[in-house]
Design a protein around this ligand. Structure first.
Ligand SMILES: [Zn+2]
Ligand SMILES: [Zn+2]
Length: 373
């Protein structure tokens, strides 16, 4: 099975082909997030220029090669093997579902009105290729982050996916750290409840109880250096002023409700992530959702998550005491890595984060040839 990946670059793409792979000098990663940077990457397979300004290159490769690269790009490829095997299986389930188009997606439920902006960016929003190379889909940064351990994880799980009761690949989302409870799909995207995506209480990702040395050593083994934060995203605190929020609403969403007087959470998801947040201004009110839009509205790039409580030390200042890093749906990477470190198998980790899932090997008939695409 082949997969096509849209690649973002910093300016015009600068690349050259060297036999089986391409050297791309200016791949853009973490686009719009605080870890945004430009890297040089080694991309296998065929690289097609598209002429598009957002995704100027499309890389077409075999899906197993793609997965090797994703596992090396998402996490530190020296993380515990059972964790890397777990990641290989969920990344394969998600990617196969994307290529075969079997995950239900629609724009139904988005609201764009004067009073409410409730929207989301789903992975189905891409046209012309299956997945993008960034955090929006799965991180794909070529073959250079690969280690023997990551290759072993892919080989050991070759063809394995998690499937629902009907045999369809689970829409296996994942995020950095759930913060103590995973979230349901509808808090972040469409108002649907895909099979095996449920909210589960997660005791594993709380690294705050570990002593500092043990915690740092664990996070260093699991996370990429630019993803490392002192508490793995389990707990965080952000300070934002009313003036800053007013500016973010204006510059990011074109919304002007004047000076911000209050923030009132109207609806939370199963973990505690805010799904709809009321912004009260001196010229009017607006409701913003879902979780990613709320994260964007309150920080220069994004907040770690939309799971936070609000403190008001002064009328112009908001302190957000938060938990979790990312949308929190499906597998929690920090928690899963700790389960693996504690001796749990990939199978046990998958059943913990995707209740009711079945681990299945893809049939040959699931494969589609280039001619059928
Ligand atoms: Zn994408
Ligand atoms: Zn967790």
């Amino acid at each position: 099975m082949k997969i096509s990946i849209g690649i973002m670059t910093d300016g015009e793409p600068i690349f050259k082909n060297i036999g089986d792979y391409n050297i791309l000098q200016n791949q853009l990663i973490g686009c719009g997030f605080h870890w945004q940077r430009t890297i040089s990457s080694k991309l296998p397979g065929v690289l097609h220029p598209t002429g598009d300004s957002e995704f100027p290159l499309v890389n077409t490769i075999d899906i197993e090669t793609y997965l090797e690269c994703v596992v090396g790009s998402e996490m530190n490829p020296d993380a515990p093997l059972e964790f890397l095997k777990t990641h290989s299986i969920i990344s394969r389930s998600w990617a196969v579902g994307k290529v075969l188009g079997c995950h239900a997606h629609s724009n139904e439920g988005k609201i764009l009105s004067d009073d409410e902006l409730r929207t989301w960016e789903d992975t189905a929003d891409h046209i012309g290729f299956d997945v993008c190379s960034d955090d929006h889909c799965q991180r794909y940064q070529g073959i250079q982050p690969l280690t023997d351990k990551a290759k072993e994880a892919i080989r050991a799980t070759s063809g394995l996916i998690i499937a629902d009761a009907d045999g369809n690949p689970v829409d296996a989302r994942f995020s950095k750290c759930c913060g103590g409870r995973t979230e349901t799909f509808d808090t972040c995207w469409q108002d649907i409840h895909p099979a095996s995506i449920e909210s589960v209480k997660d005791p594993w990702c709380d690294v705050t109880a570990l002593d500092v040395k043990e915690r740092d050593a664990f996070l260093q083994t699991v996370l990429k250096d630019y993803d490392r934060s002192t508490e793995g995203g389990y707990r965080w605190r952000a300070v934002v002023s009313a003036t800053e929020i007013e500016e973010y609403l204006q510059s990011k969403f074109g919304i002007n409700i004047g000076h911000i007087i209050n923030l009132i959470p109207l609806e939370r998801g199963a973990s505690g992530r805010i799904k709809r947040l009321l912004f009260k201004g001196d010229k009017g009110d607006v409701i913003i959702g879902k979780e990613l839009m709320i994260r964007k509205a309150l920080a220069p790039t994004h907040l770690y998550s939309s799971w936070f409580d609000i403190e008001r030390p002064s009328h112009d200042m908001f302190i957000l005491n938060g938990r979790g890093w990312g949308h929190g749906v499906g597998l929690c990477q920090v928690g899963a890595a700790r389960m693996a470190q504690a001796g749990h198998s990939a199978e046990e980790i998958l059943h913990f984060y995707y209740p009711g899932c079945r681990i299945e090997r893809m049939e040959e008939s699931d494969e589609i040839t280039d001619n059928e695409r």
